[in-house]
Design a protein around this ligand. Structure first.
Ligand SMILES: C[S@@+](CC[C@H](N)C(=O)[O-])C[C@H]1O[C@@H](n2cnc3c(N)ncnc32)[C@H](O)[C@@H]1O
Length: 266
């Protein structure tokens, strides 16, 4: 995420003059400082996650990934990194990296989803990954929700910048923030096979997205939630829904939560 400088404050103030953006920005600030934190404090949540988390390659093998698919996934990740490094070296901002790219690629290849919905695009590592795996599958469409970083001047031009033009025909990108984008996406898409949450990390942001998306998931759909170490939303949700199988994975010092009936027993 870009660091704050005088220029970022100016860009933030400029964005705040747009009433639609100002509403979303105020909501984010309010949730960050006053919002619900969940039933576990940060340390309790980290302790819980640390006890149960599994490595991604181990999980993928349990989920049915073959050695060939793991090799294809590695090759994809190497190629994406090379092309993204080249594209991002030409722009003056740090847009952040992608979370769990190998997991997203391999799961999309394994599950062969028709409809993927994701929140949080930024430079587009996850979007490029889903779209490349869908192209390899030969079917499926990605619907993405983002709210461009307001600290950057004209941030819209950078949303999904690492996504190759050739993959964009199966992509519906919405950039007005989840609270406006998700209802619009739900009007456009059919039942959801795969949902990836990687946008507003607050407890309420996650709860709002779940309330909209879960009723529209396929019976065998899979939910992937990034950065579940930020608050105890994922913990609280799985404790309240004992009938839904779940798994926690670790990736580069962070944690990813998975929910769905097709998950293999731990
Ligand atoms: C961690 S980045 C996403 C990274 C991306 N999934 C990837 O793997 O490359 C989070 C993104 O979510 C966006 N975001 C934050 N709050 C949002 C909201 N309320 N609605 C939609 N997008 C939001 C941020 O601006 C940023 O672009």
């Amino acid at each position: 995420m870009p660091a704050f400088s005088l220029k970022s404050w100016q860009n933030t103030l400029h964005a705040a003059l747009d009433p639609a953006k100002a509403t979303i920005m105020l909501g984010k600030i309010q949730r960050r400082f006053l919002g619900e934190k969940g039933r576990l404090d940060n340390q309790q949540n980290l302790d819980w996650l640390g006890l149960i988390a599994e490595d991604i390659p181990v999980f993928l093998t349990r989920f049915g990934a073959t050695p060939d698919l793991l090799r294809e996934t590695d090759q994809f990740c190497t190629n994406l990194k090379t092309s993204a490094d080249e594209i991002l070296s030409r722009i003056p901002h740090d847009l952040g990296g992608g979370g769990g790219v190998p997991l997203l690629y391999a799961l999309t290849r394994l599950l062969r989803p028709n409809v993927i919905v994701e929140t949080g695009v930024a430079a587009g590592f996850s979007s490029a990954t889903f779209l490349a795996a869908l192209a390899k599958n030969g079917s499926g469409k990605l619907y993405s929700s983002d709210f461009p970083y307001f600290r950057i001047e004209n941030p819209e031009q950078y949303v999904g910048i690492v996504v190759p033009a050739a993959l964009k025909q199966n992509w519906s990108l919405h950039i007005k923030g989840d609270s406006a984008n998700l209802p619009a996406i739900l009007k456009e898409c059919g039942p959801i096979d795969l949902f990836h949450y990687d946008s507003d990390k607050s407890y309420q942001g996650r709860a709002m997205a779940f309330s909209l998306i879960l009723p529209r998931m396929m019976e065998n759909g899979l939910v992937i939630m990034d950065d579940i170490q930020d608050n105890s939303f994922f913990h609280d949700w799985v404790m309240d829904h004992s009938d839904t199988p779940w798994t926690v994975l670790k990736y580069e010092g962070k944690y990813i939560g998975l929910l769905g009936k097709t998950l293999p027993a731990s």
